[in-house]
Design a protein around this ligand. Structure first.
Ligand code: 8QM
Length: 414
């Protein structure tokens, strides 16, 4: 890595005249159950091995330090998305579904679709949703306080986004049971052809059929995100063919991510009662408390890029057409960047975390995610006195998403 922290084109001076450094080869499989169960020692090994590593299990490069992850995210011309952001290289393999017009696209095509989704999910639109999202969060927490003990994954982390996001999108009520399985499939499919990916794809047909149908204009209620996307086909910003695929992006990325984000935040508050106390003392910390949970747990753990040319990373050359795995979760806990990286601190300066990515592809739905997270944590701050873990916590395994299968908790009212 150069002093400026940005990957350099190879050629003269690319490594200051020094010979290229050997790239450490590691046997770590970041898509194995053992890794998912406890990724943190492996994250440290990946960061400490060097600025770039080679992962022998899948024949890809990896970056796990904050500086390199940030640099790769912010050089989309060298580290492209158009060949896929999973392990599969779309230049060599047929994608499992038609590529996303935003996630798996590069400028200039990406710039146009991104502009449309930015307008659909703009601050103005969030203002219109805030009152409803807040009221539903308050009612959800009131209902859970009345129950006392429940599974926070199903009854809160899944229930709340399911009660606001599909309606905001304009989906009909029937068939919504396909939404979470479809998203689980999308995130497993970014991974290698392991059991998680292969079994998800094998079971995918009914979920894919449901999603394709709901993306059609006639199935999206007026005033929702979906209808709003289709309206941009009338103004010529996108074509009639592109609109359904952009709706598909919201159905792929808009629900499970916030489920895992809210789950992460509740899990943090349950494990750090002192931080719940600080949040209760100042409920305006809700938005930052959610952001800090995104940093600490990094619901989206990894993404790939593909090199468009030979490039110097940290003094080592990586050739053209190579997959580079970015460990967002490891970067978000890199002690080179963060003080007390493994602690949950609701007053931490979280800006610069890469849990939503960084650069031109940074989460286009981040305002919706933050609105949901803030609404839930604000309701907890105002209404909940304590959160106790009251049963066995189990992990859910996914090639890209980090989160829990079950989180039994008991709430007491303020
Ligand atoms: C992940 O389909 C898509 O456009 C899409 C799918 C998944 C994501 C983003 C976009 C990053 C949240």
């Amino acid at each position: 890595m150069s002093a400026m922290g940005s990957p350099q084109a190879t050629g003269s001076n690319s490594s200051g005249g020094r010979p290229p450094a050997a790239i450490p080869h590691l046997a770590i499989d970041p898509f194995s159950i053992a890794f998912f169960d406890d990724p943190f020692p492996a994250h440290q090994a990946l960061r400490d091995a060097g600025p770039v590593v080679y992962l022998e299990t899948w024949n890809v490069y990896g970056v796990a330090r904050y500086a390199e992850v940030h640099a790769v995210l912010n050089d989309p011309a060298t580290f492209c998305s158009g060949r896929g952001v999973g392990l599969s290289d779309f230049a060599k393999e047929t994608p499992w579904r038609p590529p996303s017009l935003i996630l798996e696209a590069d400028p200039p095509a990406h710039t146009r679709t991104r502009a449309v989704l930015s307008k659909v999910l703009s601050p103005t639109v969030m203002k219109q949703l805030r009152q409803h999202f807040t009221a539903v969060a308050d009612a959800t927490i009131d209902g859970l306080l009345a129950r006392g003990s429940f599974d926070a994954v199903v009854e809160l982390a899944e229930a709340y986004p399911l009660s606001v996001f599909p309606d905001a999108l304009g989906l009909r009520p029937e068939g919504r049971q396909h939404l979470l399985p479809y998203a689980g499939l999308v995130f497993n499919a970014f991974g290698p052809p392991n059991e998680l990916r292969q079994s998800a794809i094998a079971r995918s047909a009914p979920h894919q059929a449901y999603i394709a149908e709901q993306c059609q204009r006639e199935n999206l209620a007026p005033g929702g995100f979906g209808a709003c996307i289709h309206a941009f086909a009338d103004t010529g910003d996108i074509t009639d063919k592109e609109a359904p695929l952009l709706v598909r992006s919201l159905l792929s990325a808009g629900l499970d991510t916030t489920v895992y984000g809210i789950g992460a935040a509740v899990y943090c508050l349950a494990r750090y009662p002192d931080q719940l106390a600080r949040l209760r003392a100042d409920p305006t910390l809700a938005r930052n408390a959610f952001e800090e949970a995104i940093r600490l747990e990094s619901p989206v753990q990894t993404f790939f890029r593909t090199t468009t040319r030979a490039v110097d990373i940290g003094g080592s050359e990586v050739g053209e057409g190579e997959k580079v795995l970015m460990f967002l979760g490891a970067a978000n806990r890199d002690p080179r960047r963060w003080a007390e990286p493994d602690s949950y601190d609701v007053t931490r300066k979280t800006s610069g975390h890469v849990g939503f990515g960084s650069g031109i592809h940074m989460c286009v739905g981040q305002l919706v995610a933050r609105l949901e997270g803030e609404a839930v944590l604000s309701a907890i701050a105002r209404k909940v006195a304590s959160i106790a873990i009251s049963g066995p916590v189990t992990r859910r395994y996914n090639n890209t998403l980090r989160g829990l299968e079950t989180l039994p908790i008991t709430l007491t009212a303020a």
